[in-house]
Ligand binder design. Sequence first.
Ligand SMILES: Cc1cc2nc3c(=O)[nH]c(=O)nc-3n(C[C@H](O)[C@H](O)[C@H](O)COP(=O)(O)O)c2cc1C
Length: 183
Amino acid sequence: MASILIVYQSRTGFTEKYVNWIKESITCDIVRLDQLSQVDLEPYTKIIYGAGIHAGHIQGLKTFKKHVLNLVDDKIVIFATGAAPYDEKIVTAIKQNNFLENERQAVVFFYFQSGLNYEKMPFFDKLVMKTFSKVLALKKNKSEIEDGTSQAITQSHDHSKREYIVPLIDYLNQSQTNTSMST
Ligand SMILES: Cc1cc2nc3c(=O)[nH]c(=O)nc-3n(C[C@H](O)[C@H](O)[C@H](O)COP(=O)(O)O)c2cc1C
C-alpha cells in the first residue's frame, strides 16, 4: 500500500491522463471518486483529489469533501484540469468559486491546462458547449479573452502537457522529505 492516494473523476479523459502521468512519477494508489467509500483513508499521508472544471466548478469536489470532511489539512491536495490556459487570475477565480474563505488561503491547489474532447463528452455537456460556442461566435465586439475562447471551443483540442505536473510532484517529494526528517 502506498502512502499517497489519488482520487479522481474524469468525464472525457483529461484528468485521467494527468493521473496516469502522476502515477508514473510517484508511488501512489488510485481510486475513482465513485469508489471512494470502499477505501480506508486513515493510513494515507496525502490524499489528492483531481477533476475537470465545468462552468468554473471543480467536478465532484463537494462529494470528495464529504469523505475527507476538511480540505484545510496537510494531507489534502487538490488539482483541477481545464481548457483555459494557466494564468494566476484563473487560479484565483477557481479558488474563489470552489473554496470557502478559510479554505482559499490554506488549501494546496494546482491547475493543469487540458483541452476539450467533443467525441467523449456526454450529450448534455456537448449541447451546453456547442450552444455556448455559437452564442460567443455571434457576439459582436468580443473582448480579447472572449475572442480567444470563441476560437478555442469550436472544436476538440488537447493542450495537456506532462511537464505541467512538475510543481505538484516537487511539492509531494518535498513533503515526503520533511516527513521522513521529522520522524
Ligand atoms: C460543460 C463544460 C463546461 C466546461 N467549463 C469549463 C470552464 O469553466 N473552464 C475551463 O477551463 N474549462 C472548462 N471546460 C473544459 C473542461 O474543464 C476540460 O475539458 C477538463 O479537462 C475535463 O476533464 P475530464 O475530461 O477529466 O472530465 C468545460 C467542459 C465542459 C464539457
